[in-house]
Design a protein around this ligand. Structure first.
Ligand code: ARG
Length: 627
């Protein structure tokens, strides 16, 4: 049985191709499918799709648009797909799919485990730089956003068939490590080996080399440093207040940069301690990132000098007051002065800019990426644009290799200021996630549902993720527990609830028949003959057919909120159907059709939520559900 699963072509593509043919017939002009401008129509127009091609073409060919639309309609061969097309307004061509065509198409979806989402026929190799928190600091909500958005994109890209390489660009290198190491030594958190201040340590193998054997980091759960932020603050205030400490810290930085083995071991311990914190957060969030995805700033240290000389050889890097800088074209400050990327500071040190240049070179040159996504907050836009510009001049980008800043806005508190705790401290991620689970359990309890830990997690963590994904990533959004855990509105709970209701109908049908429904996989079992009698059934069916387009537009500019909007619409359609169309009480053929719609709705919701990294529990209300 080697039949390939068939993935029916996208509806807009199908209709677009027909419009292309009509245009050729009427105007003798070959246009592209994009130029056919097929859009989903607003339901009040009585159409499912529209072509907006006539207006632009009319301009181009100096014809009245409505007249051209009429000619196009006369030549438009869509009889197998649509009712007779209609013209509206200045020349929109409205098309309504035939119910019989929708039914047939649903049958195809039913048999396809991917629900019509065809894998790409030209897979890209995509590096996704995401999460990327800083060592010895707590992950903050910005890293939370990067983690959640990045993870959803990784899932979607993999589902599309791209080869994805996740890169967690940990901030694990730089001058603060001098004071952090000295503070850790004084606190007895790590054991000093050798005296860095006198530089008698043997040279190690460089960052992350085998020579930097760690002095036993704490395992998951129990952490040697409980609160990374206060640890960082303590180190910093000692650095400010105590000159002797500050001197030791500075010597430590030198020893670290010189690759002193003892110092590297201490550094490694601190890094591992932080990684244990991050690992906990990832596990709790259910994100895909693993230790294997970590490629922190330290990984590029031994490539920085080479990057600098490559930039110099190309004549891009120039001396500026003793520092080595690149001034990419078109980047000027408020005063009109060109702004530089600093390749090497006057004291010889390399920093964040050079590291990013080295990382990008590595990603396209060594990892072979054709696309590099940076899921990084909007404030780093200028930095990244400059890095991309320089990389393009160096040939690390261009020629089929591109980089994209997947920028995102801030998370605000209900006062519309940066999210803080009541006492004004930054919110600790671990506490935020614990609160999400507690609140989810409380909300479920209110509805008479005793939530075990797994269910509370699925609902609570899902709500945090969904709230982050559901608004356009470039906008700031207000963090509101009430809103994100509401059973109504564009929330994960609403989607999870719609799915649970669909599953409960299927369970009852199976109970009655004394059989296993075989849901969640559905392919294999024969598709019912779909019978779309009520408007609500047709709405739901059409929504189901639009899943592939929703995923495609989501990935077109990496905006997960588009998938959320789609899924919410699907759940609304399902609810409309659930209210209007009795399933179990319907006569035999109709009952099978409606059960099939329930099953497809559940499968589409589960698939969509899964792409967003959100679980879809089987039940969300106590067992005796409504009939
Ligand atoms: N560690 C950085 C921060 O916390 C984010 C790094 C983003 N990735 C990059 N390649 N610069 O701001």
């Amino acid at each position: 049985m080697a039949t390939q699963p068939s993935h029916p072509a996208d509806i807009a593509q199908l209709l677009g191709a027909r419009v292309v043919r009509a245009v050729e017939h009427v105007l003798g002009e070959q246009i592209t499918v994009q130029e056919a401008v097929i859009r989903e129509a607003a339901p009040e127009h009585g159409a499912d799709y529209q072509s907006n091609a006539a207006m632009a073409l009319a301009k181009r060919f100096g014809q009245p648009p409505r007249q051209l639309a009429e000619q196009l309609v006369a030549s438009l061969d869509v009889e197998d797909l649509c009712e007779a097309p209609a013209i509206a307004g200045p020349g929109f061509i409205n098309m309504r799919l035939k119910d019989s065509w929708i039914s047939e198409r649903l049958g195809q979806l039913y048999a396809d485990p991917r629900l019509g989402v065809a894998p790409t026929d030209s897979p890209a190799r995509v590096v996704v730089d995401y999460s990327s928190p800083n060592v010895a600091k707590e992950m903050h909500v910005g890293h939370l956003r990067s983690t959640i958005i990045g993870d959803a994109l990784v899932r979607l890209l993999r589902f599309r068939g791209d080869e994805v390489i996740a890169q967690n660009h940990l901030g694990d290198w730089g001058t603060p490590f001098g004071m952090l190491i000295e503070h850790a030594v004084d606190e007895g958190l790590v054991q000093a080996t050798g005296d860095a201040a006198h530089g008698d340590g043997a040279r190690g193998d460089g960052p992350r080399g085998d020579g930097a054997g760690a002095a036993g980091a704490a395992g998951a759960g129990a952490h040697a440093i409980d609160d990374l932020n206060s640890f960082y603050r303590q180190a910093n205030s000692r650095f400010q207040a105590d000159p002797a400490f500050a001197q030791r810290a500075r010597d430590r930085v030198v020893a670290l940069q010189d690759g002193d083995a003892g110092t590297l071991a201490l550094w490694q311990t601190l890094v591992q301690e932080s990684e244990a914190h991050f690992r906990d957060a990832y596990a709790r969030l259910g994100v895909l990132l693993t230790d294997a995805d970590i490629a922190g700033e330290s990984t590029y240290q031994d490539q920085l000098a080479d990057v600098a000389s490559e930039l110099q050889q190309r004549g891009l890097a120039v001396d500026s007051d003793g520092a080595l800088c690149v001034f990419p074209d078109g980047f000027t400050g408020r005063d009109g002065e060109p702004v530089p990327l600093i390749v090497r500071k006057s004291d010889g040190a390399y920093g964040y800019d050079t590291t990013d240049l080295a990382a990008l070179r590595h990603r396209t040159r060594d990892l072979g990426a054709t696309e590099v996504l940076y899921v990084v907050g909007a404030p780093q836009r200028l930095h990244l644009e400059m890095v991309f510009a320089v990389a393009a001049e160096m040939g690390w980008l261009g020629d089929g290799k591109q980089a994209f800043h997947v920028a995102f806005g801030s998370v605000l508190g209900e006062d519309h200021k940066m999210l803080r705790t009541r006492s004004g401290d930054p919110v600790r991620l671990s506490e935020l996630l614990a609160e999400a689970e507690d609140r989810a359990a409380a909300v479920l309890a209110q509805r008479g549902m005793e939530a075990d830990a797994a269910l509370a997690r699925a609902i609570g963590i899902g709500a945090v993720k969904y709230a982050d994904l559901a608004s356009d990533r470039e906008k700031d959004y207000v963090f509101s527990w009430e809103r994100m855990l509401a059973f109504e509105g564009n929330t994960s709970v609403y989607l999870q609830y719609a799915n649970a209701r669909a599953l409960s109908v299927l369970r009852r049908a199976a109970d009655e028949a004394g059989v296993d429904t075989g849901i969640a996989g559905g392919a294999g079992a024969g598709a019912p003959a779909f019978d779309l009698r009520e408007g609500a059934e047709r709405d739901l069916a059409l929504a189901l057919l639009r899943l592939p387009a929703a995923i495609e537009t989501t990935l077109a500019d990496f905006r997960p909120h588009k998938l959320c909007t789609y899924l919410h619409g699907l759940a609304v359609s399902y609810s409309g159907f659930y209210e209007a169309c009795p399933v179990l009480g319907a006569e035999d053929g109709l009952r099978q059709s409606r059960l099939g719609l329930c099953e497809l709705a559940s499968r589409a919701l589960v698939l969509g939520l899964d792409q967003l990294g959100i679980e879809a529990p089987q039940r969300l209300s106590p067992p005796p559900a409504r009939a």
